[in-house]
Design a protein around this ligand. Structure first.
Ligand SMILES: Cc1cc2nc3c(=O)[nH]c(=O)nc-3n(C[C@H](O)[C@H](O)[C@H](O)COP(=O)(O)OP(=O)(O)OC[C@H]3O[C@@H](n4cnc5c(N)ncnc54)[C@H](O)[C@@H]3O)c2cc1C
Length: 396
């Protein structure tokens, strides 16, 4: 029977992905991280089973579903201890933007490969001097003027220059979808343009950032030094502006919520096993309400966050970009807070073992903070809700 929140197909997808995730589990990811490798086997198998491209259109090799389905995949892999962070960018942001705004050639070139996992795409918007204020980004695209005589302006190559920071997975991604602005829109409100920049494009440099994060995906600082790109590297319209960008950013927020909920569930599951067994007085520690209640609260918070995530995914998949924007922000906020609390309480539940490598929970303390900062910080969501939803004045 179909339920309002999740259909029988959704439940079956959850169960199937959970089985896959548990076959790999935390031990697999821990080994990958220790070997400074990438979760390529899991990525390939998830792709083969149709999970990575579940949101992409069927005519381009995808599953014909939406962000609701893709978020289920990421949440369940996370709950099994082996989340695939690149799902947040490759199929969710880049796949969605190309599917919605790309040319037929771009769709043919990228969507089947993103869906079958043979190609991956990173996403770069954050800049060192812009950070939370995307309107300040200065990565700039101008048209080359040295093309063949008689070439129409729209056919001229692009020359892209700028810097990006904290961009995930650029080393493993075949290309990065870079957010820039055109030369005639250098100042004022952001009129973003999106460019596909191949990993080895001349002038496209990267430096790995030393992050104190226990994760397989690395973050990079990027330099774009007059990177020359063909005219068709531009995805969507030069003038389509924020609508196009948010078509990708709302799925990113929903997927970050899925990432956080999965991690919170994973930590909580470890704490519950421990609390049921560990006995230092007469009863297992889970019988003490000082242990049980915070775990129950963490579970409730994760469930509530999932409810908002489901609402956001439903709105997005039904084409309500505005409604989805508000819900996606709230879902990301709620999920990040729930994840931080769940991880904190789980580590605490294990006492000294919470800080051992053997139990592997302590590294989640830093990892759980990621969703509070990225892709948009907790404070910027509170600002958004204050201004957009509650109509309060702005301080900045
Ligand atoms: C692990 C990781 C992976 C990432 N991956 C990517 C990626 O793949 N692609 C990408 O483009 N970016 C990525 N990011 C970048 C991320 O989106 C940014 O870190 C985030 O947007 C915050 O920007 P910032 O770090 O410059 O912080 P800042 O903007 O400098 O903010 C610093 C602090 O000030 C607060 N603050 C700023 N302005 C206000 C205000 N007006 N009111 C109240 N408080 C304010 C913020 O909330 C924050 O707490 C990643 C970051 C991390 C940590």
């Amino acid at each position: 029977m179909a339920s309002v929140l999740e259909t029988d197909e959704h439940k079956a997808l959850r169960a199937a992905v959970s089985a896959l995730g548990n076959r790999y589990g935390r031990a697999y990811l821990a080994k990958v991280i220790a070997e400074k490798a990438h979760p390529t086997e899991l990525w390939a198998e998830a792709a083969k089973l149709g999970y990575l491209g579940v949101n992409l259109p069927e005519e381009y090799g995808g599953g014909g579903g939406g962000i609701a389905e893709l978020s289920i995949v990421l949440e369940e892999l996370g709950a099994a201890g082996c989340p695939l962070l690149m799902m947040v960018v490759s199929p969710a942001i880049c796949g969605t933007v190309i599917a919605r705004f790309g040319t037929e050639e771009q769709k043919q070139e990228w969507l089947p490969a993103l869906a079958d996992g043979t190609r991956t795409m990173a996403f770069g918007i954050t800049e060192p001097d812009a950070g939370s204020n995307s309107h300040r980004i200065t990565t700039t695209a101008r048209r080359a003027t040295d093309g063949p005589a008689g070439q129409a302006e729209g056919q001229a190559d692009w020359i892209l220059s700028g810097r990006k920071v904290f961009i995930s997975g650029v080393d493993i991604a075949d290309a990065t979808l870079v957010v820039g602005r055109t030369a005639d829109a250098r100042t004022g409100k952001l009129k973003p343009c999106l460019f596909i920049v191949p990993r080895d494009a001349p002038g496209f440099g990267r430096r790995q950032i030393d992050m104190e994060l226990h994760g397989a995906e690395k973050q990079f600082e990027l330099t774009l030094d007059d990177v020359r790109l063909p005219a068709d590297a531009l995805v969507g319209d030069e003038d389509a502006g924020l609508l196009q960008l948010f078509a990708g950013l709302n799925p990113e927020r929903i997927m970050t919520a899925a990432f956080a909920i999965g991690m919170g569930r994973y930590a909580l599951s470890k704490a519950l096993v421990y609390a049921r067994e560990r006995t230092v007085w007469r009863e297992p520690i889970g019988a003490h309400q000082a242990i049980a209640h915070p775990l129950a609260q963490a579970h409730i918070d994760l469930e509530l966050a999932r409810l908002m995530m489901q609402k956001a995914a439903l709105l997005y998949d039904s084409g309500d970009d505005v409604g989805a924007g508000e819900a996606a922000n709230m879902a990301k906020y709620a999920a990040a807070e729930a994840c931080v609390k769940a991880v904190d309480q789980s580590v605490h539940t294990l006492g000294g073992n919470g800080l051992t490598g053997e139990f592997g929970l302590a590294s989640l303390i830093t990892a759980s903070r990621v969703a509070r900062i990225a892709p948009v910080s907790r404070e910027m969501i509170l600002n958004y809700v204050s201004h957009q939803t509650l109509g309060l004045p702005k301080s900045y």
